[in-house]
Design a protein around this ligand. Structure first.
Ligand SMILES: C[S@@+](CC[C@H](N)C(=O)[O-])C[C@H]1O[C@@H](n2cnc3c(N)ncnc32)[C@H](O)[C@@H]1O
Length: 534
């Protein structure tokens, strides 16, 4: 049983860890991959579009080391499948950042995408990047099409006999493709009743989509080979420099500019008949956000979020459940340490009911089950959940030195300033520091503590006093890394349970989308609404 497994791990009397191996085994047992709670991505894709339908394969080999390309490729393929399944052409990308996912969804999949981010700099960057991308994209497609044409002509001229055979096989191919598409339609229909009963679908739009895909498939496959290359051609930095150089005027002026741009973009969007459009917008999203205030032509949409930090992921799910226009959601969260917790820093609550009556919306817990239990994770545990076990497992090391600096700094702060808890954060000082001394001085300044009361030698005494214990710290952090997947499970299952508790959802699940070595926050929370409910 679970209890007997854990009883050997910790000492009953002192609660100390006594069996590291059992600890590691128990941690693995409670990881998402071991619990068998995930829906395999392939299964979901097949259910959405029918097993036999050809996949829009994009060669990834060239992009293996590119985290963003990997994420964008996998997620966009899934989002497109969900959108096609539901007969939807509009996507809302929450926390869209510089618009990597949004622009790809609009360019490659012809979806109309509203990307919403709280940072105006990101919105400007996304605009600029998308403008450049569009330019390159058209040129690229023209070139690729011309190459394809000349390749075909060359083949026809050079090898007439083969061409004849090819032409024949081409004419044979069409009905075959059509047949397989019809079969896949059947499969979608079958799965409509089996897997996703009641999900909003539009058969006619699916049929059109599928036959369009069939017509352009072979060309697209060739074209798409370099499509992700273009994402890399336009480094975000280039856009950053450009956009920041334009943002020299004051705050109000920027806001006014952004507002006007948004209004004019929306006007364009409502007039335009093109579907491959991407509109980066600036807005701070909360659970209460009225999407129709931001998007004037809001229609049935899929809501997506790629690495939406802290409360943005839970709020994306909340918006999905409450807004009738949002028919499906695909959310990958990150930065669990930024989640707001309902039962953190609270006195023991004997009546969770009252804690729930405050009307506040919290990042954790979301589901009623954990609320009833007054579950608390705590910031330390949530910080641990952000660690990347899979990366450590393949030999990537932990930032032991920076963690050691931070740990010794904590001792200095407690012993010399009496501070044990603070709302302030040290942040990323380590990479900007030339030495431990420099690190401590910079950190104390950031925490607004008077660093003049500590001499250099006093600071270095702390360093020398603890440096032999760095290996202990490393061992401790390894234990945290091993535990990380269990804490992530808790956070993800809370989100899934929240969705399962809703009446208007036809299907919800956790899906491992990314290779965790490339992209450690790799689980997507996916859900589709019932057709009748909204
Ligand atoms: C980790 S980044 C991911 C960006 C993008 N999705 C990507 O994958 O490249 C998270 C983004 O969410 C934005 N963000 C955070 N909280 C937000 C909120 N409440 N409303 C809108 N955007 C938010 C941030 O500005 C940031 O660009």
């Amino acid at each position: 049983t679970d209890e007997s497994m854990l009883s050997s791990v910790f000492c009953e009397k002192c609660q100390r860890l006594i069996d590291v191996q059992s600890f590691a085994l128990a941690a693995r047992y409670y990881s998402l991959s071991n619990l068998g709670l995930c829906t395999p991505l392939e299964e979901l894709l097949e259910a959405l579009r029918g097993e036999r339908q050809e996949r829009n394969d994009i060669k990834t080999d060239e992009f293996m080391n590119n985290k963003k390309s990997h994420e964008v490729q996998v997620m966009s393929e899934l989002v497109d499948s969900i959108a096609s399944y539901c007969g939807i052409k509009q996507v809302i990308d929450i926390g869209s950042g510089k618009g990597y996912l949004s622009s790809f969804l609009s360019m490659h999949y012809n979806l109309k995408v509203y990307g919403i981010d709280s940072s105006n700099t990101n919105t400007q960057g996304a605009h600029e990047r998308n403008r450049k991308l569009k330019k390159h994209w058209k040129a690229y497609e023209r070139r690729a099409r011309a190459n394809l044409q000349s390749q075909k002509l060359e083949e026809m001229n050079d090898r007439p006999v083969q061409t004849e055979i090819k032409c024949e096989s081409n004419t044979n191919e069409k009905p075959l493709n059509n047949n397989s598409n019809l079969q896949s339609q059947d499969q979608v229909t079958t799965q409509d009743s089996d897997v996703f009963t009641g999900i909003a679908t539009s058969e006619s739009s699916k049929q059109t989509e599928i036959s369009l895909v069939a017509q352009t498939q072979s060309d697209e496959n060739k074209l798409s080979e370099n499509v992700l290359d273009i994402l890399n051609v336009l480094p975000a930095d280039a856009v950053d420099i450009f956009s920041s150089s334009r943002c020299n005027c004051g705050e109000l002026c920027d806001e006014e500019k952004a507002r006007r741009k948004m209004v004019s973009l929306q006007a364009k969007a409502s007039k335009s008949s093109e579907s491959n459009l991407y509109f980066p917008l600036t807005s701070y999203i909360t659970a209460e956000t009225e999407l129709s205030d931001i998007i004037t032509d809001l229609e049935d949409s899929v809501m997506v979020g790629l690495h939406t930090c802290g409360d943005l992921a839970p709020n994306t799910l909340r918006i999905f459940t409450t807004k009738p226009e949002i028919k499906a959601v695909c959310s990958v969260g990150c930065c669990y340490h930024l989640l707001s917790e309902q039962y953190e820093n609270q006195e023991v609550i004997f009546f969770p009911f009252f804690a729930d009556c405050t009307g506040e919306v919290w990042g954790f817990p979301m589901c009623q089950y954990l609320k009833d239990e007054s579950w608390c994770c705590g910031r330390n545990a949530r910080m641990s959940a952000c660690l990347a076990l899979e990366r450590v497992a393949v030999g990537q090391t932990l930032p032991t030195e920076s963690l050691f600096y931070r740990a010794v700094l904590q001792v200095i702060i407690e012993e010399n300033y009496g501070v044990t808890k603070s709302d302030r954060h040290v942040g990323k000082i380590f990479s900007k520091s030339s030495s431990f001394l420099d690190y401590v001085r910079k950190s104390l300044k950031k925490l607004e503590l008077d660093d003049s009361k500590l001499s250099d030698s006093c600071i270095m005494d702390y360093y020398n006093g603890y440096k032999d214990r760095m290996n202990e710290l490393e061992a401790f952090n390894m234990l945290k890394v091993v535990l990380a997947p269990c804490i992530e499970v808790l956070i993800l299952l809370d989100r899934l349970c929240f969705l399962k508790e809703q009446d208007n959802i036809a299907w919800s699940g956790l899906v491992k989308l990314f290779d965790p070595v490339k992209s450690p926050r790799c689980y997507g929370v996916i859900a589709l609404k019932k057709q009748s409910c909204s």
